[in-house]
Design a protein around this ligand. Structure first.
Ligand code: SAM
Ligand code: SF4
Length: 454
């Protein structure tokens, strides 16, 4: 989400006449986009701003940010800290919370005119401007990237006990479907092949506020739920090849969603379905509104439809009161779910959340041990799951030279699995290739190109 918000700000600044710097050393304006989901993330963002301000004032031993004149902070940490941000960073030029980044070009103008310490804090129900700004489209050229993020749902009303997101990103708001469809159509017209729809609980699209109005055309396939209906509308866009979305809640895994996966080949067969814990007791304390059995039923439903369907997850280890038995439940749930990938987070108490009132009683060393156990389990599981794909042919969208070996290219299959291959002559970024898998690793597949499609 922050990557997407940063891109939108870049587009808005370009539209206001600013020019993208080649890198940090060359930049006169630097804006740090912050996350406050875990304490460490916030500390890093605030620390980075401090270093930039020191560089601007010629203090410290900074070898970067040689030309910086204006330093701004945006994102969730601003909303959490409010005016206190200027106690921590007295020489910060501006701070702007989520949902107000559309004001950044204006704030930069004001700083250029000599104003300082500007603060913009959004209300919980604010509807932002600039959500549909994309750098390449703003320039009017063909997109340099083949994949774009598109925000469809803002904020969150779930209030999981550990999570600060509802406090800092405001109430859930679904963008009107017409707006989303117009944005994706414009991206596809500029050469974007894949979109990833973003929301904290993306399957809740259109449930709190109506995303479709009476003036919109009815669903040709008779879909009644707003999110599958959106998938239907986006599937019809010429030039667009793939639709992804993240993150999801098991309650949204409805029969209509599975029907949409079946009927719309552009919809990728991957779902990021954060589980957080495998213990019913901890899930109830977290306020996740599902049980272990309900979660497993959602995974089963997706895999019954397609055994290769990729399911990935987020897990928190060391939640207050998490016993060895609770942790074991998480391990077994992860095995039963056969996750294709998993992101493991060590519990971090966040001010103002319900769980912050509980003792953070799992020692750091034990959190680290549990983290490592789950990572090791996932390494083995990833290897096993990927080995099943050896000999199959996957359709891959080529992304460019692989990070580890520039002689090879990499791309992703529909399940978001990274596939590495020797590039055939004339291969372009965004081209579709059929790759026969010859080798499996825990996080990647290796294969041979059978056919270059476009
Ligand atoms: N909306 C998504 C959902 O409901 O699962 C997740 C959004 S959250 C920004 C991303 C991930 O950060 C969560 O899935 C959770 O695993 C992790 N997270 C959130 N709060 C956390 C905390 N206080 N400590 C550790 N991890 C946390
Ligand atoms: Fe946080 Fe829960 Fe909302 Fe996800 S659903 S953003 S974890 S409150």
């Amino acid at each position: 989400m922050n990557v997407r918000d940063s891109e939108a700000v870049a587009a808005l600044l370009e539209a206001a006449g600013h020019v993208r710097a080649a890198g940090e050393a060359d930049a006169e304006l630097v804006i740090v986009n912050s996350c406050t989901v875990r304490e460490m993330a916030e500390r890093k963002a605030v620390g980075k701003c401090g270093n930039l301000i020191a560089a601007k004032e010629g203090r410290g031993r900074q070898t970067i940010a040689l030309k910086v004149r204006i330093v701004g902070l945006m994102g969730c940490a601003v909303k959490r800290l409010g005016a206190d941000i200027f106690k921590v960073l007295p020489h910060l030029d501006f701070a702007v919370g989520p949902r107000r980044f559309g004001l950044i070009p204006h704030l930069v103008e004001r700083c250029l005119a000599g104003e300082r310490r500007l603060l913009e804090l959004p209300d919980d129900d604010e509807v932002p401007s600039g959500l549909d700004a994309h750098p390449d489209i703003a320039r009017g050229g063909t997109s340099a990237v083949f994949q774009s993020y598109v925000t469809i749902l803002l904020g969150c009303d779930n209030r999981c006990s550990y999570c600060i997101v509802p406090d800092v990103r405001g109430h859930e708001y679904s963008r009107p479907a017409r707006e989303v469809v117009a944005e994706v159509r414009a991206l596809a017209a500029h050469g974007v092949k894949e979109v990833c729809l973003l929301g904290q609980s993306v399957l809740r699209y259109g449930l709190r506020n109506k995303a479709w109005t009476d003036a919109d055309a009815p669903s040709p396939g008779g879909y009644t739920e707003p999110f599958p209906r959106l998938l239907e509308a986006l599937s019809g866009i010429d030039g667009l090849q793939r639709i992804r979305f993240t993150s999801a809640h098991p309650k949204g895994c409805t029969d209509e969603l599975v029907r949409a996966y079946r009927e719309f080949p552009k919809v990728c067969r991957h779902l990021h379905l954060p589980v957080q814990s495998g213990s019913d007791r901890i899930l109830a304390e977290m306020g996740r509104h599902y049980t272990r059995a309900e979660y497993l039923a959602a995974v089963r439903k997706l895999r019954e439809f397609d055994p290769e369907f990729a399911v990935t997850t987020d897990v928190i280890v060391g939640y207050p009161g998490e016993t060895a038995a609770d942790f074991e439940e998480t391990r077994t749930l992860m095995d039963e779910s056969g996750f294709d990938n998993a992101f493991i987070f060590k519990y971090s108490p966040r001010p103002g959340t319900r769980s912050a009132a509980l003792a953070d009683d799992v020692p750091t060393a034990e959190k680290e041990r549990r983290d490592q156990v789950l990572l090791d389990d996932q390494e083995r599981r990833g290897q096993c799951r990927n080995e099943r794909l050896v000999g199959t042919v996957r359709e891959v969208l080529a992304e460019g030279p692989s990070i580890r070996n520039a002689a090879r290219w990499s791309g992703r299959d529909s399940g978001n699995r990274i596939v590495v291959f020797e590039p055939p002559p004339g291969l372009a970024v965004g081209a579709r290739v059929q790759v026969e898998i010859t080798e499996a690793h825990p996080q990647t597949l290796v294969g041979k190109v059978k056919e270059l499609k476009s």
